[in-house]
Structures are given as structure tokens and as C-alpha cells.
Design a protein around this ligand. Structure first.
Ligand SMILES: Nc1nc2c(c(=O)[nH]1)N[C@H]1C(S)=C(S)[C@@H](COP(=O)(O)OP(=O)(O)OC[C@H]3O[C@@H](n4cnc5c(=O)[nH]c(N)nc54)[C@H](O)[C@@H]3O)O[C@H]1N2
Ligand SMILES: Nc1nc2c(c(=O)[nH]1)N[C@H]1C(S)=C(S)[C@@H](COP(=O)(O)OP(=O)(O)OC[C@H]3O[C@@H](n4cnc5c(=O)[nH]c(N)nc54)[C@H](O)[C@@H]3O)O[C@H]1N2
Ligand code: SF4
Ligand SMILES: [Mo]
Length: 707
């Protein structure tokens, strides 16, 4: 039987709609969904090859117990697996308290999966130790929006790209990481020859190729650049005084600070010409509509929150927000990082943008869930969670839909922590990720095309995902595994209300409960349902009861969700990167993405065509740095610092400055004899968002001569 099912691409936060064609429960093709507002039928290479990831060769298909010392796996039933897991969790919780267990989950789960994980930890067990790979990904964007605009809500839409007159891309490489967004940028360029595009990136990235002005700033010097641009805006009368007066607070304090950020001073801090800073500020400030697009170059930094505030300031100072073609648009990385933020799926967040630190909000959620209380103390965030596993403060961890033995920085510490942990559960769709080697129990999850639920993309747009294929082998949906486990654990812990806490028989009932939790909040979706998402198509939040469509643009009236209704300027100053280069560690190693691969490659690594651009791990270097070390393209180099080392082939690449090197984050122990870039990456974190500085590591690079 033939059928076509509407779904989404499971890779990036653009959130493209996909039509999956099946015949007799097999995929016969994938196409971009022409009706989906995110992509209107387009797909990039990764989306277009999704059907080729369907074979089950590398999938995890049965629950297994693993003898960690030998790695030997033995198949067990779901009943035995979940009973064992619930027993171990109950024993540990009884002996050491709720904070001795933790959950490390993912922005690639569905909102419904995420919701039940959060309720299990914060509601049933009573620990806030539930953090996610979004800590590595979006937490400084969350903190940056909250510090300035009041809540975590990207105010823009993809439609703004076509209406912008200036596009400022800072610390993002959408040509590679958000390809369909980049198609919109190309469309905007084709439609408007006067469009100005500015790219701030220490590398001449693929996206910089389209720029009218590329600012190859020193790694980590973005705040200096933004403060310098504000300095110019003030001096040249390009600040919208009326907007600042009516809709913001804190401008004068920041204006005082930026007096010390003249173009000449900033030129020295950023390593770019003063004229370039003046040019960028003039274009940004004089334009009718300036849009900024930013991502990990600003976010993955030990001062990421202030990087985000710094770029948002430029919009507030010029009134470039809340109108077509304008605004600070943080591109989300993972397909459902936004959904995770909505259900409060980080250790310091609460459901529906509630604040964990607010006792009234905690009491509201405890009542809503029917539990005695939600604990007050923030849980451990990703880096600290793994540190606590190593010291034994946390004894058991349940990891789902993420691969921390590759993606967390300072891998020697992370792997030691996993080794030390008393009990590690891994819920995965694939069998052999780097983390699988550390698990005591493997639980098979359904994956793309099999899953169902809802996801929210970068522009706050919620799409319903429908299963196109049955679950393979014994795999179960992530939410089902959580609900089954929660019922078992609740009984073992003799929770008074366990019969009512996890009553869900389908994903829709979870969605409906989540929806109710948003009533009256900034992200109110009480007007949505599975049926409406089907009849109206994907919708942007907020979508309160009675609404007929979602909201394209936030803050059009200049009123912000803060106590006084005003957006805030934050007093931000330039800070050095966590790792400073020294004569012993002279090279700043940057890491990030390639167009055709996704993170640890459990899926893209199975598609031969996706190795066409680069088929092995390569470290890109400046030719002078190579000559200095007697290296030629193709030679092996040793890259090292106090945290670890890797051996990798080097390649001369245009677009890097001296003293900077580049390595994709995708290559891990499946492809190299080291964990890759995170062998050396820094785990220093931002004080507000607790996000680690994955983007920069100071390293030594030397020629590696093998016998
Ligand atoms: N193909 C592909 N696409 C993806 C993903 C993938 O794995 N593969 N992952 C998705 C996810 S989860 C995410 S979070 C996004 C990430 O999307 P992006 O953030 O756009 O991608 P990255 O390559 O991580 O980093 C972007 C750029 O930041 C630059 N950069 C490094 N340091 C600095 C700095 O100090 N300042 C500035 N201004 N720039 C700096 C890097 O040189 C790089 O070009 O991509 C998403 N899309
Ligand atoms: N050095 C450096 N490190 C980085 C970054 C960087 O730029 N530089 N970027 C960081 C960022 S932004 C991110 S988002 C992280 C990403 O890091 P990870 O989250 O570790 O990356 P993935 O490989 O996407 O891991 C997702 C896993 O879930 C599995 N999976 C897929 N679908 C399902 C499902 O439906 N259910 C379950 N249970 N499992 C499933 C996949 O097989 C895969 O192994 O990496 C971070 N690490
Ligand atoms: S742009 Fe992102 S969501 Fe769209 S097809 Fe490509 S990877 Fe998938
Ligand atoms: Mo990410």
C-alpha cells in the first residue's frame, strides 16, 4: 500500500517540512513539503538524503544489558530492562536522595518526549538534575534573550530575511548549518541589489562568500565589535532616541561604557581595520530594516550571554526590532531545541517559560502536576553534571538522544566520569555511538520517520510529526519508555499519586497537558491542538485560545515581557576567551560544522554521498603556520594541550588567518583514534548560562612522524 506522510527533517532548526512516501512499510522517497512555511518544498543535501538513512543496519533494535568491562551485550526483554532500571534508580534515590540521579537528554527529542522526562525528574523524583545537550547549544541564547527582552522568545521569522535591507550574520555559518535559511538570504540578495550583508566570523566561512563586508575578528572578541558599533551609532546620531526613551532601560550606563570602545580601540581588540567597524555600524544604523542572524560563534563562549546581549543592544538602540525585516534572530541548532525550552527542559528552567527560582511558579507547577513540591535548588548543568558523576555526587545517569562521549568538551574528564558512574542508561536509535561503550543498559528508541509528536523550529513554528513507518525491532518511542519507567519507579518509591501522574496512552494526551501549562504565559498555545495543526498546518506561537493564526513577529508594540514593560540594556564589556593562546599553545583551534554531516554522524555517516566534500577528518590550517611546523597538506599532526590530544591529517585551507585552525566537530572515535575536537576543547562555562566555550581551544600543533 502506498502512502504519503507529512513530517519534518530531523536535522537542523530550520525545521523543513518533508513528505515521506512509503510503500508496504518501506520508504520509497522523500520530498520537501511545498506547503510547509519553513521551506516551501526545498531541502538541503541532508534532508534530501534522509531516505538513505532508513536501512536498519546500524540501528539499536533490542534492549540489552552490557558488561562494561568486556563490552559484551546480552539481549533482555523490555520488562526486565525497565524493571532493572527502576530498581537501580529507586535504590540509589532511597540511599542517597533524589539529587543522586540525573537525566541528560536532547534538543532532538519531540516536545512530548521532553515534557515527560521533565515531569519524571522535577515532578515525580523531585530533582532538577535534568539537563540537555541544549546546554551546549542554546543556553546562552536563552539567557541573552531573558536578560535583555525579558523572556526566551526569538522575535523574528524567516519572512524577515526577504524584507531586510541589512543582514548582519555574526558567529553563524548558515550556508552550512542552516542551508534553507541561506537560500532565503540568496533570494533576498537576488531581489534587492542594494541589500548589504555583513559577516563577523574569525574564518572566511562559506557564508562569508556572500558578504559585502567580512569582519575576520579575533576569536571571542564579539562584544568589543558590538560595543564599538554602538559607539559609532551614538557618535553619528544613528541611535533612535525616541525608541530608547520609550521602550528600554539601562541605555545610559552602557553608553558610558562604550565611550571606551572607539573604532581604533576596537580595531586593536578585534584585529580588524577601524574603517570596517565604522562601515558596519553605518550600514546597520542607517538602514530601514536591519536583521541579525547569529548562532554558535556568539553562543558557545565563556561570555556567550553577554555576546548575545551585545548584538541585541544594537537592535534596541536603533529601534530595529518588532518591525518587518528587523530584529535579533538567534538561529536554533537542533530540530526541537525550541520545544525543549518551552517545556522548561534545562536544570534551571521550568515548564512554559516559568522560572525555577520563583516560588510561586514552582507551586503552580506542583499543583498542576499533582505532586507535593518542585524542588527549589537548580539542578546540575551539563558540564557540572558529568563532574558530579565523576566525584560520585551523582551516581546514576539516564542519557537519551545525545552522545556526550563525543559532544561534551574535555573528553578525558567526561569519559572518566562515565567510567566511574554506578549506573549508565543510554536510550539511542543507533547501536554504536561513542557513549554506547560506557552504558550498563541500552534502550532502543524509534528514530526519524518512525517517531511522532510535535517540534518547534527557529521561528517559533510548531509542526506536527506523524509516524510514517512502524517501530523497527523492539524499539519504542522515547515518551513511551519514559512513561513505562515512571510508572514502575513511582510504585517502587510509593509515590502517593502515581496512578494519576503518567496516565498517557498516546503523545496527544501529553501535548494537551503541556498546552494547558502554557495558559496565560508568553508562549500560550491553548488555541492549538493536533487537529488544528493538521487542518491549519504548522503554526507559530503564541497561539492563545480564540486565535486564528500564530504570531509572525513579537514586540510590534514595543512592549516587552519585563516588570516595567521595557527592554533592558546590559552593561557588557570585552572579555578574553577562557583559553588564551600562549607561546606554548600558540594556535586558537575553532570547531564547528560541515554542510553534509550531522554531529556525531550516527545517521549521516551511513550515507556514502555525504562524504563527497571531505571523506576523512581534516584539520584546516594557515599555510604559514604549516610551513613553520614543516607540515604539508596530507601530513599527520599532533594537536595537544593539557586536556588531551589528537592525531589528525592537516589541510591547507584559504580563509583562515595565521594562528587560527579549524576542525569540524563531527569526527569522533568512530573515525579517529581520539574523541576528536573535544579531546582538547575547553569546559570553561559562561557564568549566567553555564554553557561551555566549545568554540575555542588554545593548542600546540606539531608534525607527527609515525614509525
Ligand atoms: N550541516 C549541519 N548543520 C547543522 C548542524 C550539523 O551538525 N551539521 N548542527 C545544528 C546545530 S545543533 C547547531 S547549534 C547549529 C550551529 O550553527 P552555526 O553556529 O552556524 O555553525 P558552527 O559551524 O558551529 O559555527 C558558526 C561559525 O562560528 C564561527 N566562530 C567561531 N568562533 C567565533 C567567534 O568568536 N566569533 C564569531 N563571530 N564567530 C565565531 C566559526 O568559524 C563558524 O563559522 O547548526 C545546526 N545545523
Ligand atoms: N567542539 C565542539 N563540540 C560541540 C559543538 C561544537 O560546535 N564544537 N557543538 C555542540 C552542539 S551545538 C550540540 S547541539 C551538540 C550535539 O551533540 P550530540 O547531541 O551528542 O549529537 P548527536 O550526534 O546529534 O546525538 C544525538 C544522538 O541521538 C540519536 N538519536 C537520533 N534520533 C533519536 C531518537 O529519536 N531518540 C533517541 N533516543 N536517540 C536518537 C542519534 O543516533 C545520536 O547518536 O554538540 C556540541 N558539541
Ligand atoms: S535546512 Fe535543516 S531542516 Fe532543512 S533539510 Fe536541511 S538539515 Fe533539514
Ligand atoms: Mo547545537
Amino acid at each position: 500500500m502506498k502512502s504519503t506522510v507529512k513530517s519534518t527533517c530531523c536535522y537542523c532548526g530550520v525545521g523543513c517540512g518533508i513528505l515521506i512516501e512509503t510503500e508496504n512499510k518501506r520508504i520509497t522517497g522523500v520530498r520537501g513539503d511545498p506547503d510547509h512555511p519553513a521551506n516551501r518544498g526545498r531541502l538541503c543535501t541532508k534532508g534530501a538524503t534522509l531516505d538513505q538513512t532508513a536501512p536498519l543496519t546500524y540501528r539499536l533494535l533490542t534492549p540489552s544489558k552490557v558488561l562494561r568491562s568486556t563490552g559484551k551485550r546480552s539481549q533482555i526483554s523490555w520488562d526486565a530492562a525497565l524493571d532493572e532500571a527502576a530498581t537501580r534508580f529507586a535504590e540509589i534515590i532511597r540511599a542517597h536522595g533524589p539529587d543522586s540521579v540525573a537525566f541528560y537528554i536532547s534538543g532532538q527529542l519531540m516536545t512530548e518526549d521532553y515534557y515527560v522526562f521533565n515531569k519524571l525528574a522535577k515532578g515525580l523524583i523531585g530533582t532538577n538534575n535534568v539537563d540537555t545537550n541544549s546546554r551546549l547549544c542554546m543556553s546562552s541564547a536563552v539567557a541573552g534573550y531573558k536578560q535583555t527582552l525579558g523572556v526566551d522568545a526569538p522575535p523574528c521569522s524567516y519572512a524577515d530575511i526577504l524584507q531586510a535591507k541589512v543582514i548582519f550574520i555574526a558567529g553563524a555559518n548558515p550556508a552550512v548549518a542552516h542551508p534553507i535559511v541561506f537560500r532565503y538570504i540568496e533570494d533576498a540578495r537576488a531581489a534587492n541589489p542594494d541589500l548589504k550583508i555583513i559577516v563577523a566570523d574569525p574564518r572566511r566561512s562559506e557564508s562569508a562568500e556572500i558578504a559585502d563586508l567580512h569582519l575576520p575578528i579575533k576569536p571571542g572578541s564579539d562584544i568589543a565589535l558590538f560595543n564599538g558599533m554602538l559607539h559609532v551609532l551614538i557618535n553619528e546620531g544613528l541611535v533612535d532616541r525616541a525608541y530608547v526613551e520609550a521602550h528600554t532601560s539601562g541605555f545610559d550606563a552602557l553608553a558610558d561604557i562604550v565611550k571606551n570602545y572607539s573604532p581604533e580601540q576596537v580595531a586593536a581588540l578585534c584585529g580588524i581595520p577601524a574603517e570596517a567597524i565604522v562601515q558596519a555600524a553605518r550600514w546597520f544604523g542607517a538602514s530601514e530594516a536591519s536583521l541579525s542572524l547569529y548562532c554558535q560563534g556568539l553562543i558557545q563562549s565563556a561570555h556567550g550571554t553577554h555576546n548575545n546581549a551585545g548584538i541585541i543592544h544594537l537592535h534596541l538602540a536603533t529601534g530595529q526590532i518588532g518591525k518587518p525585516g528587523a530584529g535579533p534572530f538567534s538561529l536554533t541548532g537542533q530540530p526541537n531545541a525550541m520545544g525543549g525550552r518551552e517545556v522548561g527542559g534545562l536544570s534551571n528552567l521550568m515548564s512554559a517559560h516559568r522560572d525555577l527560582a520563583n516560588p510561586a511558579h514552582r507551586a503552580e507547577m506542583a499543583r498542576f502536576w499533582g505532586v507535593p513540591f518542585v524542588p527549589a535548588n537548580p539542578g546540575k548543568s551539563a558540564v557540572d553534571l558529568f563532574k558530579a558523576l565523576k566525584t560520585g555526587e551523582i551516581k546514576a545517569v539516564w542519557i537519551a538522544c545525545t552522545n556526550p562521549a563525543q559532544s561534551l568538551p574535555n573528553q578525558a574528564e567526561v569519559r572518566a566520569a562515565l567510567q566511574t558512574a554506578e549506573y549508565v542508561m543510554l536510550q539511542e536509535a543507533y547501536a554504536n555511538t561513542d557513549t554506547a561503550a560506557y552504558a550498563d543498559l541500552l534502550l532502543p528508541a524509534t528514530g526519524w520517520a518512525e517517531k511522532h509528536g510535535t517540534v518547534t523550529n527557529s521561528e517559533r513554528c510548531i509542526t506536527r510529526v506523524v509516524s510514517a513507518l512502524p517501530a523497527p525491532g523492539e524499539a519504542r518511542h522515547d515518551w513511551e519508555i519514559v512513561v513505562d519507567f515512571a510508572q514502575r519507579l513511582g510504585k517502587k518509591l510509593q509515590h502517593p499519586n502515581i496512578d494519576n501522574l503518567f496516565p498517557y496512552s498516546d503523545a496527544e494526551s501529553i501535548f494537551n497537558e503541556h498546552r494547558e501549562s502554557t495558559r496565560g504565559r508568553d508562549l500560550d498555545i491553548t488555541g492549538l491542538s493536533y487537529a488544528k495543526l493538521e487542518s491549519l498546518g504548522p503554526q507559530q506561537w503564541p497561539f492563545p485560545e480564540g486565535a486564528t493564526r500564530g504570531k509572525t513577529r513579537l514586540y510590534e508594540e514595543g512592549i516587552f515581557p519585563t516588570a516595567d514593560g521595557k527592554a533592558r540594556f546590559v552593561a557588557v564589556e570585552h572579555l578574553p576567551t577562557a583559553d588564551s593562546t600562549t607561546p606554548e599553545l600558540p594556535i586558537s583551534l575553532l570547531s564547528g560544522r560541515m554542510r553534509d554531516h550531522w554531529h556525531g554522524m550516527s545517521r549521516t555517516g551511513t550515507v556514502p554521498r555525504l562524504f563527497n566534500l571531505e571523506d576523512e577528518p581534516l584539520l584546516a590550517m594557515h599555510p604559514c603556520d604549516m610551513r613553520h611546523r614543516n607540515l604539508e597538506s596530507g601530513d599527520l599532526a599532533r594537536v595537544a594541550n593539557a586536556r588531551g590530544e589528537m592525531t589528525v591529517r592537516v589541510a591547507e585551507r584559504p580563509g583562515l588567518q595565521r594562528g587560527r585552525a579549524w576542525m569540524p566537530m563531527h569526527w569522533g572515535s568512530q573515525f579517529m583514534n581520539s574523541p576528536g575536537a573535544n579531546a582538547v576543547a575547553s569546559d570553561a562555562t559562561d557564568p549566567y548560562s553555564l554553557q561551555p566555550e566549545l568554540k575555542h581551544a588554545a593548542v600546540q600543533i606539531s608534525k607527527c612522524t609515525l614509525p
